[in-house]
Write a protein that binds this ligand. Structure first.
Ligand code: PMV
Length: 361
């Protein structure tokens, strides 16, 4: 069955229900930056699925009294009605009504919160969108008779999450996921992510990601504007090919446990992402002076102490500090003593996680 197909029944009886899910954020090791068509990536990417940084969403629905083709939805974020978020979700649902043909049969109320602070500057679209989709698919399976195996349900979740926010498609799988067609990666697709967890080397399964909040200011370019800028970037072709090479190599590294090469690629990808923003027109500098100071400290510490600590960045100034469990103690002391003073003082200690989870209401 294609992941876009809904094979359930839109019941005539009056029904109502509620489901609650949590879904994590993910951190890209090789970066998706550039898209085309209907949320299709220009290159493949691979990420770790996180555990602490997540969204919790409850979706309640009830049959409409009078049928209409309007999408009726209210959205509450952290206890407050949020019309702007509601509009964003309605736009996404309108655009994808074909895959979600039951959406206008019900009134929807969505209430959502993040486990990471509002002021952390961490983008929440991957966790928020994958969480909403997991809840919708749960409703399809349990109330609307959509028969899907667990594997099919996750693939559909990944497919729909991608349509809502590209990188969200990688959050539905435990531990790690790859997204984007790559000639060297069997089963890879532009349409949905590929689970990497089952093949992940033991040393990566317990990897840490401490997110150091260097600045909590809003970023000056949205990711959709950033993706668009890649179309005119003079380095685009060489970048897309580099990203595919790095993603295929990273897949082998993740299976084989080669931490030295992991560090080379993960840092190259982070710095390349920022270099691409700096070389777009208009150009953006999204790192802060302290982002660079932190990067230099990490590299010095690694060299002097022979500790396999490394960094990556999203499209913003905050630094994700990556290290294996075996070095957790020494890395945490280093972060507390030398890096926290270069930050806002906020660090979110995260680790690889098991993906979305259904919660009791
Ligand atoms: O999913 P989007 O459109 O928010 O783009 C995410 C882009 C990066 O986080 C910078 C890279 C990635 O692969 O997650």
């Amino acid at each position: 069955m294609s992941p876009s197909t809904f094979k359930g029944h839109i019941l005539n009886d009056h029904i109502k229900g509620s489901v609650k899910w949590s879904s994590p954020s993910n951190i890209a090791l090789t970066k998706y930056w550039g898209k085309h068509g209907h949320q299709l990536p220009r290159n493949s990417s691979v990420s770790f699925t996180l555990s602490t940084a997540k969204t919790i969403t409850q979706v309640s629905f009830e049959s409409k009294e009078k049928p209409s083709s309007d999408i009726n939805l209210s959205f509450e974020f952290e206890g407050q009605l949020n019309a702007a978020f509601a509009q964003r979700i309605i736009r996404f649902l309108e655009k994808n009504k074909e895959a979600l043909p039951y959406i206008d049969a019900f009134e929807w109320h969505i209430s959502s919160e993040n486990t990471f602070p509002h002021s952390s500057g961490i983008a929440s679209s991957a966790s928020a969108m994958s969480c909403l989709i997991m809840a919708l698919i749960d409703i399809e399976r349990h109330y609307l008779g959509h028969e899907l195996s667990n594997e099919e349900a996750l693939q559909r979740a990944s497919y729909l999450s991608r349509l809502a926010s590209g990188s969200a498609c990688r959050s539905v799988y435990p531990l790690a996921a790859e997204w984007g067609h790559n000639d060297d990666i069997k089963g890879s697709s532009d349409l949905f992510a590929l689970p990497v967890g089952p093949q992940l080397h033991a040393d990566f399964q317990t990897y840490h990601d401490d997110i150091l909040i260097v600045s909590s200011h809003e970023k000056s370019v949205s990711s959709s504007a950033g993706h668009q800028l890649m179309e005119g970037n003079p380095f685009r072709d060489v970048r897309f090919s580099q990203a595919n090479t790095n993603t295929a190599r990273m897949m082998d590294i993740l299976k084989g446990g080669d931490i030295e090469n992991f560090i080379d690629i993960v840092e190259e990808e982070a710095l390349t992402l920022h270099a691409l923003m700096m070389t777009s027109r208009p150009s953006y500098v999204l790192m802060e002076p302290n982002s660079l100071a932190v990067i230099n400290e990490i590299r010095d510490f690694r060299k002097k102490n022979n500790v396999p600590i490394s960094f990556t960045l999203d499209a913003g100034p905050n630094v994700h500090i990556l290290y294996p469990e075996a070095f957790a103690q020494i890395c945490k002391s280093f972060i507390n003593e030398q890096l926290i003073p270069l930050s806002t003082g906020m660090v979110i200690s995260d680790q690889l996680g098991q993906g979305p989870v259904k919660l009791d209401i």
